[in-house]
Design a protein around this ligand. Structure first.
Ligand code: FES
Ligand code: FE
Length: 366
């Protein structure tokens, strides 16, 4: 038996990726306490448009009101608990009506009608409105927090971006909220959510599994983490004309970005479930929804300036990267349950961000 060198940082034990009770605790203490990104605001097209999303162990319905404001409610009727919306998305005719006994809520969540309500003087309508969740819009996305007293959005969400880019102007210049959805691909990944975060945080694997990406970003073949290029991004290869699967030119550079952001790629992890990639002509946003210890749904949006139609070569590059990354995570998941990994593994120095992530998770579960 070889002894592990004391200078090496060990990973979490394998059970951290397989244990159902630990996963419940993560749902409770992480996903139900932090800000999570749940929908593209533009997908809620007008008054009455709704989407149901899963956050931690809760279902939440997002609705655009008549005043144009998006609100979020726990998707539970206050009468006897039926789910109000069971479709993933749709258009409400006027109000939000429970399909069970027809209690009716306004788009702002107030109880406005119920059959025979006049015969039930004890039911105070003001008391039985829907439970509202904390909600913010940023980068064109809807972010919600189920905590009674949410943490600071400026510190926990915007602060993560500032940590990676050096300042908030660097992302504001992409004007992400003005971009439109070019493509969305949903990946159902048979892997624990932490393996997906860890994979995104390191580029030690890039030379092995990402031939197309390292062609465009040759620095990544050196194995340094995407997060390593703080403030200045990773440079495109001299012969790459754009961030595309074959290096061909992409769309026009977005108007606001600075010269020193051109021909560069920035990767940002916003814990616990968002990855943002910035390139000169588009932005890629990944949102994760963990559903079980060994299952995570990842939705990836490719956002472009309005009017851009030639997007296939750009989408194909990161779609391949996603497929390669998620295949690696799925390859790793079974090993987490093996006796060979009971005590975990080790992190090489370029994976030190993963060690910080493990501390972040552990602090929240403590
Ligand atoms: Fe919704 Fe009865 S459970 S109206
Ligand atoms: Fe990767």
């Amino acid at each position: 038996m070889t002894a592990v060198q004391p200078s090496l940082i060990t990973t979490l034990p394998g059970s951290a990726y397989t244990d159902a009770s630990l996963f419940s605790l993560e749902q409770e203490r992480i996903f139900e306490q932090t800000w999570t990104c749940v929908a593209l605001a533009a997908d809620l097209t007008g008054p009455g448009a709704f989407r149901t999303v899963t956050v931690g162990r809760e279902s939440v319905v997002l609705v655009r009101g008549r005043d144009g404001v998006v609100r979020g409610f726990l998707n539970v009727c206050r009468h006897r608990g039926a789910a109000l919306c069971t479709e993933e998305s749709g258009q409400l005719r006027r109000n939000l009506q429970c399909p069970y006994h027809a209690w009716t809520y306004s788009l702002s969540g107030e109880l406005i009608a119920a059959p025979n309500l006049t015969t039930m003087p004890d039911v105070d309508r003001a008391e039985y409105g829907l439970h509202v969740v904390h909600l913010r819009e940023w980068l064109g996305y809807v972010w919600i927090c189920l905590a009674a007293d949410p943490p600071s959005f400026a510190d926990d969400v915007i602060g993560e971006v500032v940590t990676r880019l050096g300042d908030v102007d660097s992302i504001d210049r992409y004007d992400v909220g003005s971009l439109v959805l070019g493509r969305r691909i949903r990946y159902d990944v048979a892997s624990n959510w932490k393996l997906i975060v860890e994979n995104f945080m390191e580029c030690y694997h890039c030379a092995t599994i990402h031939p197309e990406l390292t062609e465009v970003l040759p620095e990544f073949a050196d194995g340094f983490a995407a997060q390593y290029f703080v403030g200045h991004g990773a440079a495109f290869a001299p012969d790459a004309q754009g961030f595309t699967v074959d290096g061909r030119a992409g769309a026009e550079r977005l108007p606001g970005i600075a010269d020193d952001q051109d021909r560069r790629y920035y990767a940002i992890t916003i814990k616990p479930q968002v990855f943002v990639n910035l390139v000169p002509d588009h932005v890629i946003v990944h949102r994760m929804t963990p559903l079980a210890a060994d299952r995570t749904v990842v939705e990836c949006d490719w956002l472009f300036a309005p009017g851009v139609t030639e997007i296939d070569a750009s989408v194909e590059l990161f779609h391949r990267v996603n497929q390669q990354d998620f295949a690696a995570c799925e390859r790793t998941q079974p090993g987490m349950a093996s006796r060979a990994y009971r005590a975990g593994g080790v992190l090489v120095p370029s994976e030190h961000h993963i060690g910080e992530f493990h501390r972040w998770v552990s602090d929240r579960l403590a």
